[in-house]
Design a protein around this ligand. Structure first.
Ligand code: KIV
Length: 257
């Protein structure tokens, strides 16, 4: 049972209550066991697993079954943590499919909450319905990778006035719909600060500056587990790709002696 719940997460918004919320992604049982022994607040089983685990170019190919497999593995390892799983692309295209797929992912993975990208009228209606059903939902605005083909790439959002107004309205609508927190991905830092000040629920930023209530990073970027350089907003604390490669090479050499 998670030691955090949505009530406590909402409260972390009260600046004097606690330090900023810290969230990392996780995709496997053993890393989840490790994170379970740390002070990390929130674990996200992001559909970024499509990129860093499955080697896809984007998150569009990730399926509901992928999410069930990885999220349930993480939850088995992170028993005491508040774990959030992403609803993957296409699984919330209509109210009916959203309810059916969310219940399946929530029940089969045993996570504490789900996250979905966007803030259209359909999205806010879905969040309201899921929340009423007993499924806590985290919102996600700014750069929403599932819409990469529509957005035309990965870039910072909330720089132009109309974009700023749209993001503020989106954040407010998500809050009214019942989202317990909102991820701001690659949102201009001043716009993020403004949204954070205007909301009662916590904002969790990634590449969106420091004036947010929490931060999230992809664990593979933080530890540099992959062969490519992480995005510029993430300063890796290790280079485990090179470390592990050296260890394997040394093992192979010594084994030949
Ligand atoms: O899929 C993911 O890892 C995410 C984070 C980048 C917020 O949505």
């Amino acid at each position: 049972m998670s030691i955090l719940n949505t009530r406590k997460i909402r409260k972390s918004k009260l600046k004097n209550e606690s330090r900023p919320l810290q969230m990392l992604t996780c995709y496997d049982y053993q890393t989840a066991c490790l994170l379970n022994e740390t002070d990390l607040d929130l674990i996200l089983v992001g559909d970024s697993l499509g990129n860093v685990i499955l080697g896809y170019e984007n998150t569009v190919q990730v399926t509901l079954n992928d999410m069930i497999t990885f999220a349930s593995a993480v939850k088995r390892g992170a028993k005491d943590k508040f774990v959030i799983a992403d609803l993957p692309f296409g699984t919330y295209a209509t109210m009916e499919s959203a309810v059916e797929n969310s219940i399946e992912l929530f029940q089969k993975s045993n996570v504490e909450a789900l996250k979905l990208e966007g803030a259209t009228e359909l999205h806010t209606s879905i969040i309201k319905r899921l929340t009423e059903t007993g499924i806590p939902v985290m919102g996600h605005i700014g750069l929403t990778p599932q819409s990469v083909h529509q957005l035309g790439g990965y870039y910072t959002h909330g720089k132009k006035e109309e974009d700023i107004d749209r993001l503020i309205l989106s954040a407010k609508n998500l809050q009214v719909a019942g989202a317990f927190a909102i991820v701001l991905e690659c949102v201009d830092k001043e716009t993020s600060a403004k949204i954070t000040e205007l909301l009662d629920i916590p904002t969790i930023g990634i590449g969106s500056g420091k004036e947010v209530d929490g931060q999230v990073l992809v664990i593979n970027d933080l530890l540099k587990l992959g062969p490519t350089m992480p995005p510029s907003f993430c300063k890796p604390i290790a280079n485990l790709y090179d470390e592990k490669k050296k260890l394997i090479e040394s093992y192979l050499t010594n084994n030949h002696e």
